[in-house]
Ligand binder design. Structure first.
Ligand code: AKB
Length: 341
């Protein structure tokens, strides 16, 4: 039987593209859990779908009892801007919820006698710069550098990276179960993601996708960061490809549990220029929000993904021209021409 993968946050921007990819690849049976019910199109890709909260330990234990889970892809999270509006809730969902999933995956590894692979999307939000000069000097950052996040979300993601490494290497190191199978935690630090299918909510890199989707719907857009604000971005198909490639990578070749990946580094102005070229007449203005600008300014200009390239063959398929010309603009035009809201 094909192994079962549990996807949390399946109805989100990464989740929907991942469900489509797993359905196309056909190598896994998919079980999902999300706060909101999946649309029928995506439900049809799944063995079972659960509408529920990852804080509900009883629900997670019931799912683990009904399905022999061999992989967890844990996408459910409160993103950076939403997390600053409710830091306590962000900690609860992003840390306590993740700990519930790690506990369930560890118990499953002991039952199976082999490691459950646990894929965890981390973020460039784990990095922190105190000035634009420091950010510019750092340029492309490596995984171990500048891990001083300035958001609750960034703190949550950094701590959960360490939790995952602990569960993989040291869990119960002193107990009677020290030789029991431990889970196999693997994490990717995502840049800002841009999807043609969905517009993210609650993020601070959202200015990229929001600008594009607004122009495609002939809606005016007030960008909440300065024109010069620059961070790495990635086309959603590459984000899902990196997740699947890391999932399938030979554990013996992985030299670390957390990896940078990147697609292209652009400023808000450069995105606006490409949007105006694709959608002439697009009304884009810049109304910087001080707090959200400070968050984006604290994130790196670009990331060094050489370890991912060396360990598991990572290579983005979408540099900036191809991302806009072959994926984003044609797919978004098609989406809104079909009347999708
Ligand atoms: C956010 O903006 O919070 C996320 C991220 C960069 O991790 N999209």
């Amino acid at each position: 039987m094909k192994p079962v993968v549990l996807v949390t946050g399946a109805n989100g921007e990464i989740g929907r593209t991942l469900l489509q990819r797993l359905h196309t690849d056909g190598r896994y049976r998919v079980v999902t859990v999300d706060l909101t019910p999946l649309p029928e199109k995506y439900r049809s890709f799944c063995l079972e779908t659960y509408a529920g909260n990852i804080m509900d330990r009883y629900l997670l234990d019931q799912i683990a009892a009904h399905h022999e889970i061999e992989v967890v892809v844990h996408l459910a999270a409160l993103l950076s801007t939403r997390g600053e509006r409710d830091p306590a809730l962000a900690h609860q969902v992003n840390v306590e919820g993740t700990l519930h999933l790690l506990r369930m995956a560890q118990n499953q590894s002991e039952r199976l006698g082999r490691a459950v692979r646990f894929l965890f999307p981390s973020s460039i939000a784990v990095y922190g710069f105190s000035s634009l000069e420091e950010k510019a000097r750092a340029g492309r950052v490596r995984e171990d550098d500048h891990n001083v996040p300035i958001t609750m979300y960034g703190c949550n993601k950094l701590y959960c990276e360490h939790l995952g490494r602990y569960f993989t290497l040291y869990f119960r190191q002193m107990g009677a179960l020290s030789s029991a199978a431990r889970l196999d935690f693997r994490s990717i630090r995502y840049p800002g993601l841009i999807s043609a299918e969905t517009v993210p909510t609650g993020g601070t890199s959202d200015f990229g996708p929001e600008m594009l989707h607004a122009a495609a719907q002939r809606q005016p857009y007030e960008c909440f960061v300065r024109p010069d604000a620059k961070i790495p971005f990635m086309a959603m198909p590459d984000a899902v490809t990196s997740l699947v490639h890391l999932l399938e990578a030979d554990r013996a070749k992985l030299t670390q549990t957390v990896y940078n990946v990147s697609g292209f580094s652009v400023s808000a102005q450069q995105i606006a220029d490409r949007v105006r070229k694709a959608f002439p007449g697009a009304e884009i203005t810049f109304e910087p929000d001080a707090a959200r600008s400070r968050i984006v300014d604290s994130w790196p200009e670009d990331v060094d993904d050489s370890r991912a390239r060396a360990d598991w063959g990572w290579k983005p398929a979408y540099e900036v021209d191809r991302a806009f010309d072959e994926y984003l603009v044609p797919q978004i035009r098609k989406r809104y021409a079909q009347g999708h809201a």
